[in-house]
Design a protein around this ligand. Sequence first.
Ligand SMILES: Cc1cc2nc3c(=O)[nH]c(=O)nc-3n(C[C@H](O)[C@H](O)[C@H](O)COP(=O)(O)OP(=O)(O)OC[C@H]3O[C@@H](n4cnc5c(N)ncnc54)[C@H](O)[C@@H]3O)c2cc1C
Length: 492
Amino acid sequence: MSGLNEYLKTEREQSWRVELRKQIKSKDRTSLNRVHMNEVAASKRIQSYIEVNSGLTLTQAQEEAKRCLDCIDPTCISGCPVEINIPKFIKRIEQGNFLEAAKVLKQTSALPAVCGRVCPQEKQCEAKCFYQVKLNKESVAIGHLERFAADFEREAGVMSVPEVAASNGIKVAVIGSGPAGLTFSGDMAKLGYDVTVFEALHEIGGVLKYGIPEFRLPNAIVDVEIDILRKMGVSFETNFIVGRTASMEDLKAEGFKAFFTGSGAGLPRFMDIPGENYIGILSSNEYLTRVNLMDAANVNTDTPILKGQNVVVVGGGNTAMDSVRTAKRLGAKRAMIVYRRSMEEMPARLEEIKHAQEEGIEFLTLTNPIAYFADDKGRVNRMTVQKMELGEPDASGRRSPVPMEGSEYDLVVDSVVVSVGVSPNPLIPSSLPQLKTTRWGTIVVDEDSLQTSIPEMFAGGDIVRGGATVILAMGDGRRAAAAMHQYLTHEN
Ligand SMILES: Cc1cc2nc3c(=O)[nH]c(=O)nc-3n(C[C@H](O)[C@H](O)[C@H](O)COP(=O)(O)OP(=O)(O)OC[C@H]3O[C@@H](n4cnc5c(N)ncnc54)[C@H](O)[C@@H]3O)c2cc1C
């Protein structure tokens, strides 16, 4: 308890500390165990795209909310890139004021139902929770509670719309409708700007729609959050590729004064190994987009997908897990992950790995593909893999995989999904020669303001960071909106 005593030494709000001390002593709150969310059984869920996590019930949510200590100096907030007032929204849940809880979330987050489902809270707000940091106990289930409040509001059919300032008549353009662009749009609309989002695809939402499958994040839930932005006055233009359909100069001529680029990192990487171009080998981006946005899972569709029986997904991140679990749902008998490091190094969330294991996904770890082979029609039918061992840590701090000579063996496959990382979408940088980029193709920005080398253009999310997370993209959207507002206020 020495860490706890030290924490309680802070000179603020004596009465609160006395109360907290009483509660901890009487074990009122800290003796409660974290509530666990119900899930659909693996045998049932692999038959469809039904959401795996069922959400907390009202009783469970209030029980979990009771665990929050309402810390005077809440460290959890510093772990949230969009700075949600976490203790405040949890307190509202505890009090049974669920609609108010949702309102608190919306003050700083345009996508609470999304974040409550896909944010890696265990590495962010929950990693900073007092329980985990000081009491060595399971943190408050902040993500589950966030999801609960957002879902409650939606299901009650009384979605609040954040207040927007009177229009200032200034037009700003947003390139890309992923979480960075959506968050930026919400904050700029609140400040009274006339915001238009230009999206290359036929659907709004970026990876939230085309990448993350229904069983983790239903598209209908993303649509409800996008609808709130519409109600706040944000306009959306789909099938509009900035740099092709119209240039930045064309948009300036239409009166746009400033630009936010949130064009993401959707360019798939391949391994450049023999046979990688055979039929039946595709990127996870193509695989997931076809299923999530183009109805490929249906039998009667114009855009069918190859439904392999022996499917290998190469990689160990979110995208690999989403792809392999999709393959299972498309009917694969063997759906396998081939990953060159061990389970401990896998970048996917623990929850996803656990769900994949329950669903019968095979994990071939410390294994790397080295060549593909095909039948006489050019369709992949076999791949050679090699066993690996872990060597010294590399630049990422993870132990690097080292091939084991003579350990090669073959796997029978009829479909392979390559999920070994993504690169920034190149179109915006290539259409603007004056825009500074790094050697990896990400856009160079000022660290604080996210302003690019073109003064009236700001950028954030994966186009700046490379493949990262939803909440980091959203945090960038917020920071860029504040900085662009400063810039435009100063300019005009
Ligand atoms: C399959 C998958 C699963 C993931 N799972 C998770 C997860 O569980 N949790 C998590 O936190 N993160 C996850 N991520 C990462 C996360 O989704 C991304 O970090 C995040 O979406 C980045 O947001 P963004 O707004 O920068 O870009 P994106 O979401 O990529 O959106 C960019 C948008 O810009 C559009 N665009 C590009 N160029 C142009 C142009 N010239 N004109 C107009 N529009 C353009 C694109 O079509 C796209 O819609 C996952 C990623 C993938 C691929």
